[in-house]
Design a protein around this ligand. Sequence first.
Ligand code: SAH
Length: 404
Amino acid sequence: MRLGPAAESAVRQGHPWVYTDRIKEQNRAGNAGELAVIYDRQDRFLALGLYDPDSAIGLRILHVGKPVTVTPDWWRERLRASRERRRGLFDDQTTGYRWIHGENDGWPGLVLDRYEQTVVLKLYSTVWLSRLTELVPMLFAEFHPDRLILRLSRNIQEAAAKAGLGDGFEAVAPGPEAGDVRFVTATADPVIVFQESGLRFEAEVVRGQKTGFYLDQRENRRRVETYAAGRDVLNAFSFSGGFSLYAARGGARSLTDLDISAHALASAKRNVALNLDQARITGCRHESVQADCFDWLATGPRREFDLIILDPPSLARREHERAGAIQAYGKLAASGIGRLRPGGILLSASCSAHVTEGEFFGVVRDTARRSGRHHSELCTTRHAPDHPATFPEAWYLKAIYLQF
Ligand code: SAH
């Protein structure tokens, strides 16, 4: 393949995506997941990628620089590098974390999360479908899980079905040889109990959001624990109550989980029940409210809190939703600030990749200023270390802490 000049220099500088309309020449049609070799303007080897005819990103870069021979050992080395990058990050108190974070670890469109002895392989691109029989035995050999669950993002489920694969399938009889692996529908919905910072949580690995848990918020949850002592805490968009359990262990006086989903709130209750051996968690009042957070925060019962966590789902899934999302973040922050007692802390988080860090922090800071309340900024945070970001589009998660 040959690329347009801008795409060529982006690839040279390490950007992992080439949009289809930037591919200027290819010597033949290809299949999803085939290796594509890119030559530069001087006809020298530039890079190697996975061809992705089903996506607007037509090529996902694997390697840039000198020519390489792609062998099973080359792939294995890549798996080891991902594992090595996480060496020393977690002790035995944390058994749920990300082993492979897509292009940031050299595996474009592929995520591997660990929950105890189960790993969840989540694919966001069809490029891996034809490589699973080779890849899955390697994953067993390198990471030694008891079981492997396959999850598929919505946009690739149709293509996967044609290959006999479905969301939530489980690998069976993985032998050492490529080709030994088969995928079958997981019989029951496996709920894995794992630990994060010594707290027990369940992950619904087959049907749950993402791969079953929001592993990317771990560092923020740890920080919330240090701010929680003696506070009445509102966990808005609580999902399975991750932030709440840390707040309880940090000595919160009361916890209110607020989510639109009864299923999420039930999971949060079970997670509290899993940790009742910890005195502070037993001693903390816990309540669930099923409601739309936007409505409840703006017009719900007049209640105030000392720590409010706002961690909504992505509010801009597409570029054209960006402006609306920024506005919505402002509205949420304004309602949150309106419910904070003096000295109260607001944690406002955004996982919208289309909203930049500058835009997000900007709207939250403006909203705080406009509230007219005296406040100070405690800190801002970015990605957890098992979710490294190596190119601009990868910086999706950002959070800001303000005290009033
Ligand atoms: N903070 C969580 C992750 C939040 S995921 C954690 O650390 O684990 C987003 C959650 O928001 C989901 O549970 C979803 O059910 C909920 N949600 C989505 N839209 C909502 C709305 N308008 N009001 C309330 N909850 C909503």
